[in-house]
Design a protein around this ligand. Structure first.
Ligand SMILES: NC(=O)c1ccc[n+]([C@@H]2O[C@H](COP(=O)([O-])OP(=O)(O)OC[C@H]3O[C@@H](n4cnc5c(N)ncnc54)[C@H](O)[C@@H]3O)[C@@H](O)[C@H]2O)c1
Length: 328
């Protein structure tokens, strides 16, 4: 489409996949990232502007030079457990600094703003499938930081900002083309940990609680492929571009609509790896919800988005990626 798009957090796991999808569609992604958690090898589809979303002067400089039509905001810290131990770190980096980025987007008149929110904003589920109108009841400072930023975006609609909050469920898998993938330090996500354990590349998986009110006692999650998530960002940009003039804000779930328990996901990893996933049971992690499975009808209907890569594809892509991930 030939647009310049500022991708905050574009050197991370999901942001780099979004940059690849933008470039494939003819857009020019400008990656804006502190590089604290990002990887230089993941910035391949446009320039890197190293900077913090909380740095208004640096943002003004980058916006003035690149004149992005839209902002995709994926920057932030991502560990629920760490956020319980260090709430201020999360509320400051994820929520307060997001407000600085939103203000910059307003100052520079961007046409659209897409934010990476999380299903964690729902807290304890009151229904089998969580729809966007489920109450917002964060169980952790991480989730609270997402809820706050969503509120800031909703408020900014009055100033003319057009935004979408994409509430990802569990991002999983790796680039189908094999170029990029998940490389968090520390890694806290189930599929890469299970893949590493099966491949003998990492320690046994710790199942974080097996006394939840679920059929096998482990938490149930909704896994969605990172390439499907990336595609949803393009759909969200198109939808915001086509919307009637004036500010607006809308939230969309991005999941698969189907839940798997931690034990089921480990069993599927073992099957596809052809090797067992060594594991042990540990205590529950504060801030975790027993079950988070999304109703994705709204994204289907309004964005025309449909996830196409199921859990088996996610695990196969993860196994392939973990065999060759650049390791420090
Ligand atoms: N991975 C998931 O399953 C998942 C689920 C729901 C929501 N999300 C959200 O999606 C986004 C991307 O997640 P990810 O898994 O790619 O994480 P990631 O850690 O791989 O990427 C985040 C990037 O943001 C950068 N960053 C952090 N703070 C910054 C700041 N103040 N200024 C500029 N850059 C900063 C980091 O350096 C990193 O490159 C996050 O906002 C996360 O909360 C992720």
């Amino acid at each position: 489409m030939n647009r310049t798009i500022l991708v905050a957090g574009g050197a991370g796991y999901i942001g780099s996949q979004v940059c690849k999808a933008l470039a494939a569609g003819g857009d020019r992604p400008v990656c804006y990232d502190t590089m604290e958690k990002g990887h230089a090898w993941a910035v391949r589809w446009g320039p890197l502007e190293q900077g913090d979303i909380g740095d208004a002067a640096r943002l003004d400089d980058v916006f003035a030079r690149h004149r992005p039509a839209a902002v995709l905001h994926l920057a932030g810290y991502i560990e629920v457990g760490e956020s319980v131990r260090a709430p201020e770190r999360y509320l400051h980096n994820n929520a307060a600094k997001s407000d600085v980025l939103i203000a910059a987007a307003l100052r520079h008149g961007v046409e659209a703003f897409v934010f990476s929110s999380s299903c964690a904003v729902y807290g304890l589920p009151r229904a089998e499938l969580l729809a966007e109108d489920h109450p917002i009841a964060p169980l952790s400072p991480y989730a609270e930081s997402k809820a706050r930023t969503e509120r800031s975006l909703a408020a900014a609609a009055a100033s003319g900002l057009r935004s979408a909050a994409l509430r990802y469920f569990n991002a999983a898998g790796a680039d189908p083309g094999g170029e990029i993938g998940e490389a968090h330090e520390p890694e806290t996500h189930l599929l890469p940990l299970a893949a590493d354990a099966a491949l003998g590349l990492g320690p046994p998986v710790t199942v974080l609680g097996d006394d939840y009110p679920t059929p096998d006692g482990s938490c149930i999650r909704d896994f969605v492929h990172v390439a499907d998530l990336a595609e949803a960002h393009l759909r969200a940009l198109d939808w915001l571009g086509a919307a009637a003039p004036g500010g607006r804000h809308e939230a969309f779930n991005l999941g698969s609509g189907r839940g798997y328990s931690v034990r089921e996901a480990m069993a599927e990893t073992a099957r596809l790896a052809g090797r067992p996933v060594p594991h042990a049971v540990g205590p529950r992690r504060p801030g975790d919800s027993p079950r988070l499975v999304g109703d994705i009808a709204k994204a289907r209907r309004m964005l025309g988005w449909q996830p196409t890569r199921d859990l088996a594809v996610q695990i196969e892509d993860t196994l392939r990626w973990r065999r060759r991930v650049p390791r420090a």
